[in-house]
Design a protein around this ligand. Structure first.
Ligand code: PRX
Length: 651
């Protein structure tokens, strides 16, 4: 270990999957695109912005860094994002399906680009009638219904910034976000379907609105048909709002640096940050990455199975795909309703060609077993994607084999709410993939790995992931708190963006994400990432999912505590626990051997599916548990606490 390494790189995966000749022959991009961007990165982005976006006034300035880190992109350009997603496609293909929407109870809706355009215009007219105008903010609190995408586009048409709040959040979370952005209107629903039950959106919204004096109107989409409380002074049904409204409306002319939306990310502790994205650079980034990373073709049926409440849904269900005139699938419910084959049934039904999901979902599919995908014909699939967490190599291999039939390239895409678009990813027709690696920077994106002093770490080493140059879809600020923006992202190392993730790079320059730097453990002076140890555990046949944390230890500083869920059909006993501890020791090194392993049915997750290691650390150190309100599955915590209390093993 050389001294300056910030995080140790313990293992490297050897398996390599080059793109097939067949895929390469039809791919949207080959290696030449990297060379082009390398030779002139600003020219590359300028070209993409002009090609993929229709401007009312074409930009001449590419990047303005005069007030860095408050960078501006295409700042003299003018456009409207909803025009780009809708109007411009009407002539070339208004009858093309924009979304196949599948409701959880089994009802469906097929929406063409023309129909989408017309309803967006009606909503925009309705919202304008409520007094909304350019520069105002609107909160959206809905399930995965078409009206959510429609409302976003209607806001974009009016130049009103939307703030989508995930439809599973509590009234407190909603109120806090509405207050921070001083939203004037809230668009919600009566309820939303989740695993066969209704989630009470309106009831939560009412509690929130009581604390939000800025809200003048609440627009309510009827979805579940349940009874809801009604305030005639404020509340209006969505169907009444649009009834009789003209199916046209001129889009507002927006400057490229006008705000498109705010999206809150909750760190593990502090107040959520309102991440601000603007119009021109964001749309150029989302559309360009969507086109190349998913290798989008006119006849694709593309399904990003995320929730629109997260940035993945903003960029890759709504803005990127619609700008590219793509046909998408949108699904309302959970993957296990009414049974664990629901997603595969949808893939078969719509002949989905491109499928994008999260490692947490893939690990759940692994846990449930191969019989569910085996019930369906998945041969329409041509490419698979993953996002949100490091994917354990074994989960990658499973996805490749069981879902992709060993013939689909996998794009492991690293990015963040803050980055707006995919940053580190293979291009599927150009880059050989390695299970667990997000591979390389997208053309025109400059990731690097640095140590504590900000020096670049040589190939083969680990450290902090940074982005060396600005990029078009970057966040512009934190809403109402520019100081926090500078402090959080630009103060660690002068002039470069700090992502907050640990990362290592192999001898070929491939990036391997190692999880959040807050989760890095220090065991006997070794700074170890959680990801590698978790991946070693998941590589064992018995294991479906693993989470690792460092708990305080008098001798070693921190000791490795692992929490493991088993694949269906496997029973756990002491012998297995012992075997797993030895397994990690052999696979990685004795320093990575977990001091304890707790077998559990489930792991605590955030609502976007990320493992909450902070809570597991609290449990391991037998501390009073922190805030669990953002947990998707709060009841698992007490079960795990009970098991961990009888702290087993250690030698
Ligand atoms: O830690 C990284 C992880 O998710 C974080 C960003 O989370 P969020 O803003 O919610 O956006 C998620 C969807 C873009 C990152 O800092 N992350 C995301 N993608 C990957 C990942 N970690 C490893 N590999 C990925 N592909």
């Amino acid at each position: 270990m050389t001294e300056k390494k910030a995080i140790e790189a313990l293992t490297f995966e050897e398996r390599v999957f080059p793109p097939s000749d067949e895929f390469v022959a039809q791919a949207n991009a080959g290696l030449e695109i990297y060379e082009e961007a390398e030779a002139d990165w600003l020219g590359f982005w300028q070209k993409q912005a002009l090609e993929r976006v229709t401007w009312f006034k074409e930009p001449e300035v590419v990047l303005d860094d005069s007030e860095a880190p408050f960078f501006k992109w295409f700042s003299d350009g003018q456009l409207n994002v909803s025009y780009n997603c809708l109007d411009r496609h009407l002539e070339t293909g208004g009858d093309k399906v924009a979304y196949y929407w599948e409701g959880e109870p089994g009802d469906t809706r097929e929406i063409t680009y023309r129909e989408l355009y017309e309803e967006v215009c009606q909503v925009a007219n309705g919202l304008a009638g409520l007094g909304l105008k350019k520069g105002d903010r609107v909160a959206l609190y809905l399930g995965m219904v078409p009206e959510l995408a429609i409302a976003m586009l209607a806001c974009a048409r009016l130049g009103v910034a939307h703030s989508v709040v995930f439809g599973g959040f509590s009234s407190d979370a909603l109120a806090q976000r509405i207050q921070d952005a001083e939203c004037k209107v809230l668009i919600t629903g009566d309820g939303s379907w989740r695993r066969g039950k209704s989630f009470p959106l309106k009831e939560n919204a009412d509690v929130a609105v009581a604390e939000c004096p800025s809200i003048e109107h609440v627009v309510v989409v009827k979805r579940t048909g349940e009874e809801v409380a009604w305030d005639d002074a404020k509340d209006v049904w969505y169907h009444d709002l649009i009834d009789g409204q003209p199916k046209e409306r001129e889009p507002e002319v927006m400057d490229a640096e006008d705000m498109l939306y705010i999206l809150y990310t909750s760190g593990t502790t502090a107040k959520p940050k309102g991440i601000v994205h603007t119009t021109g650079g964001y749309l150029a980034g989302a559309a360009t990455t969507h086109h190349y990373v998913f290798d989008i073709k006119p006849d694709d049926v593309y399904w990003c199975a995320a929730d629109i409440g997260w940035v993945t849904g903003h960029s890759y269900i709504v803005y990127g795909p619609l700008a590219n005139h793509t046909t998408g699938v949108m699904y309302e419910g959970t993957p296990d309703f009414p049974d664990k084959d629901r997603l595969w049934q949808i893939v078969e039904k719509y002949k989905v060609t491109k499928f994008y999901t999260a490692p947490t979902a893939i690990r759940a599919f692994m846990k449930w077993g191969e019989e569910y995908p085996a019930k369906h014909d998945l041969s329409s699939l041509k490419l698979l994607g993953t996002v949100g967490e490091p994917i354990n190599p074994e989960a990658w291999i499973w996805y490749h084999r069981v879902i992709g039939g060993e013939s689909c390239p996998i794009v492991d895409t690293w990015w963040q709410t803050e980055t707006g678009a995919i940053m580190i990813t293979p291009l599927p027709g150009a880059v050989a993939t390695k299970p667990g690696s997000a591979t390389k920077g997208f053309p025109g994106i400059f990731p690097d790995i640095v140590d504590d002093s900000g020096e670049s770490v040589p190939l083969g080493g680990g450290g902090y992931l940074v982005i060396r140059k600005p990029w078009p879809s970057m966040l512009r600020t934190i809403y109402g708190d520019p100081e926090r923006y500078k402090e959080t992202y630009w103060s660690q190392h002068e002039g470069i963006y700090f992502a907050g993730d640990g990362c290592k790079r192999d001898d070929e320059g491939y990036f391997w994400l190692l999880g959040r730097v807050d989760d890095v453990m220090n065991v006997s002076g070794h700074r170890l990432s959680t990801t590698e140890i978790e991946s070693a555990l998941v590589a064992h046949d018995a294991v479906a999912e693993a989470a690792v944390v460092g708990r305080a230890d008098e001798i070693t500083g921190q000791a490795i505590a692992a929490f493991v869920t088993l694949r269906s059909g496997v029973t756990g006993d002491e012998a297995l626990v012992k075997e797993l501890r030895n397994w990690v020791s052999e696979k990685i090194s004795p320093i990575a051997r977990p001091a304890s392993i707790v077998l559990t049915d489930d792991l605590p997750k955030t609502r976007s599916g990320k493992i909450m290691r902070r809570l597991l650390k609290d449990i391991s150190e037998q501390r009073q548990l922190g805030d669990v309100t953002t947990l998707a599955n709060a009841d698992v915590v007490s079960a795990i606490s009970d098991m961990a209390a009888s702290r087993p093993q250690e030698d």
